[in-house]
Design a protein around this ligand. Structure first.
Ligand code: NAI
Length: 385
């Protein structure tokens, strides 16, 4: 079994350590903060207490898994690892210095991976003397529960490494997809319109948050509406991701952040965790009832859906990932009820084209430009599947 070294014992690092330990790998978890290591160990003990109570594991097995994780406050413990996964603070300079440092301690064959959500793997790899062994392995939160893992080979990554990592990730019971080293990888790129188009609809005064959420859950089958979801994720996190994707795309207007969300972020109205976001979570405050006008709900649902489909189609057009991986990413990474390309076939490719062309003709804004792949498919009478 490969020995896994994890850097950063926060939410992600601890979850990733659990995933590998459960699959029988010896794990070393390193953090510069002893409190973080203690917390990580205690949380894992609580998790396994529950799993034993639910009879998912025997007490012996649960102990064996916990014993497989060594908590280290010294990087020397990484000397014998086969794969390092870094899950520290999202800061390029700090990540680079960690990769450089670890690269000098581990063996030559040790693979070095980052769990970054927003930084380019190429930039992180550039800090290592042998960058061909660096790759992105992006887990979703909470790692033990979310099946999806995005694998991101950088321009420097050696041929074949992505496939090796894919097999390893499958062997620990996860669903890997391979994606290009471009901003937001798959999920954080393709999901943007779910938030941005919904906010745009709100800003235009077409409907309130309650009604837009209701349209997306009742007609779209999404588990949470966009405003509930943004409040749940937190506007500190969601706004920052939106801003970083926008900047990283050289300010493509398709990814433009909104003032509505920026102001919530600036006000400290982060959502549920701060008691207020798009909604007010103070005790006694009830949500307004949504508008039940079917024509309005249909209009909202279709507008957000075709924007999402267009984003997924464009990612396929630009070879960010293959068809199956694009659909798996959205159903397993953010629990969409259907893959967007499969959904496009059901909705009708020509309907997608017509709806988007109508939006573009109305607004004359670049954000509504149709991906060329859709226009070609309509011409050739093709479907995605
Ligand atoms: P966190 O803040 O919970 O944990 C980070 C941990 O790293 C802390 O325990 C801190 O003490 C430690 N750390 C910081 N600098 C260090 C250093 N130089 N050496 C060793 N340890 C150090 O952060 P979280 O949420 O676990 O995120 C970690 C990484 O995972 C980030 O790159 C983030 O973008 C990525 N990520 C986060 C997701 C999320 O939903 N939270 C989802 C997917 C990826």
């Amino acid at each position: 079994m490969k020995k896994i070294g994890i850097i950063g014992g926060g939410a992600m690092g601890s979850g990733i350590a659990q995933v590998f330990a459960q699959a029988g790998h010896p794990v070393v978890l390193y953090d510069t903060n002893q409190d973080a290591l203690d917390r990580s160990k205690q949380n894992l003990a609580k998790t396994f207490e529950k799993l034993v109570a639910k009879e998912k594991y025997t007490a012996e097995k649960a102990q064996e898994i916990q014993d497989a994780i060594e908590y280290a406050s010294n990087l020397e413990a990484f000397a014998s690892i086969d794969l390092m996964i870094e899950a520290i603070i999202e800061n390029l300079d700090i990540k680079k210095s960690v990769f450089k440092q670890v690269g000098e301690i581990v063996s030559e064959n040790c693979i070095l991976a980052s769990n970054t959500s927003s930084l380019s793997i190429a930039s992180i790899a550039s800090a290592c003397t042998n960058p061909e062994r660096v790759i992105g392995i992006h887990f979703f939160n909470p790692a033990p529960l979310m099946a999806l893992v995005e694998i991101i080979p950088a321009v420097q990554t050696r041929e074949g490494l992505a496939e090796e990592i894919k097999a390893l990730i499958q062997s620990v019971g996860k669903l890997p997809v391979i994606t290009k080293d471009t901003p937001g990888f798959i999920v954080n790129r393709v999901a943007r319109p779910f938030y941005s188009e919904s906010i745009r609809i709100l800003e235009e005064g077409v409907a309130d948050a309650e009604t837009i959420d209701f349209a997306m859950t009742s007609l779209g089958g999404f588990r949470m509406g966009p405003f509930e979801l943004m409040d749940f994720i937190g506007h500190d996190v969601n706004y920052r991701v939106t801003e970083s994707v926008f900047e990283s795309f050289f300010y493509d207007p398709r990814f433009k952040p909104s003032f509505s969300q920026k102001r919530l972020f600036e006000a400290g109205y982060y959502g549920r965790k701060s008691g207020r976001g798009f909604y007010n979570y103070a005790e006694g405050v009830e949500k307004k009832a949504p508008n039940q006008d079917q024509a309005l709900l249909e209009k909202i649902y279709k507008r957000v859906l075709v924007m999402l489909i267009n984003e997924a189609a464009d990612a396929l057009f630009l070879n960010i990932a293959n068809r199956e991986d694009l659909d798996t990413a959205m159903t397993k990474g953010v629990n969409y009820p259907k893959g967007l390309l499969k959904w496009a076939d059901e909705y009708g490719i020509e309907n997608v084209q017509n709806d988007l062309d109508e939006l573009y003709n109305h607004y004359h804004e670049d954000r509504y430009r149709l991906s060329p792949i859709i226009r070609n498919m309509v011409k050739e009478n093709k479907t995605f599947y």
